[in-house]
Write a protein of this length. Structure first.
Length: 288
């Protein structure tokens, strides 16, 4: 395999990022956006709840889980500050989602791989709102690459791990093992920002820009290798886009804060701990 290297800047938090993350007393929740998380089938809504919690903690003013009517009881029983919004299966998905006036949408965590899931993804991609595409939504696009053509704007982040990226661009893996090159190839092929998960998380734009978020600067990041951790990261990214961050910045900043949360929690971390660590992370950043 070709071991070529592509130069990329190591991501670093800036004073401007921190200023954007802060909340001032003269603003209200509607100033910080509405993040909507599309849920999967009944009994599989935990991933959406984790993403929603991440979006709420990252500072989105409003967060909704958008689920089928037969999932409402399940979601309502587990959510308080996060709203539950519903649609009739097979009928009014796109119209109901659009009517929520989302500032950003996350789709994919435990979405499912059936025809109905494919239709929901296509209808979501056709909306003119920032999008975070994760998990099952990535697999659906790998199965039908024409789906991504429904997207009509550039504020889109796709968050594959290596297996998902291999399904998206299988031929590229025969030509190179360089993770930066693979991320750039995928960004060009999918015409969106790619966040390639790993110890060195690579964020690439279709124009060739690349940034690296390295885990070695933080302790305990290996504890992020746990079920649901990626769902929380998608929630972070969606919440940041809802707040007005550009897709590329939202992906890089979300990955950085994800690592900082692992450092705060330490050994024994589970996905539910990650959003709850954000207040401590923010307190440290804002006071430094």
């Amino acid at each position: 395999m070709n071991q070529d290297r592509v130069n990329a800047a190591e991501y670093a938090l800036t004073a401007q990022h921190l200023e954007m993350l802060k909340k001032s007393g003269d603003r209200h929740k509607y100033d910080f956006g509405h993040a909507v998380i599309v849920s999967g089938p009944p009994g599989q809504g935990g991933a959406a709840r984790l993403a929603a919690r991440g979006a709420l903690r990252i500072g989105a003013g409003l967060v909704s889980v958008f689920c089928a009517l037969d999932s409402r009881a399940e979601q309502s029983a587990r959510l308080d500050a996060i709203m539950v919004k519903t649609y009739e299966e097979g009928a009014d998905f796109r119209d109901k989602l659009s009517a929520l006036n989302p500032s950003a949408v996350c789709i994919g965590p435990n979405l499912g791989l059936c025809d109905q899931s494919r239709r929901k993804l296509a209808e979501t991609l056709s909306l003119a709102v920032p999008l975070c595409i994760d998990a099952d939504a990535i697999t659906l696009i790998a199965q039908d690459p024409d789906l991504i053509n429904a997207c009509i704007h550039d504020q889109v982040v796709m968050t594959p791990h290596e297996g998902e990226l291999r399904r998206l661009i299988p031929a590229a893996f025969d030509k190179t093992s360089c993770r930066m090159s693979l991320a750039k190839i995928a960004a060009d092929a999918m015409n969106c920002c790619i966040l390639f998960k790993g110890p060195e998380t690579i964020i690439a734009r279709p124009n060739g820009d690349c940034a690296v978020v390295k885990s070695r600067a933080f302790q305990n990041t290996a504890w992020l290798a746990t079920a649901g951790s990626g769902d929380v990261l998608s929630g972070f990214i969606t919440g940041l886009m809802a707040r007005g961050f550009d897709a590329f910045d939202a992906a890089a900043l979300g990955a950085n804060l994800h690592l900082r949360c692992a450092e705060v929690v330490g050994p024994g971390l589970i996905a539910e701990d990650i959003p709850e660590a954000l207040p401590r992370v923010f307190s440290g950043l804002f006071s430094s």
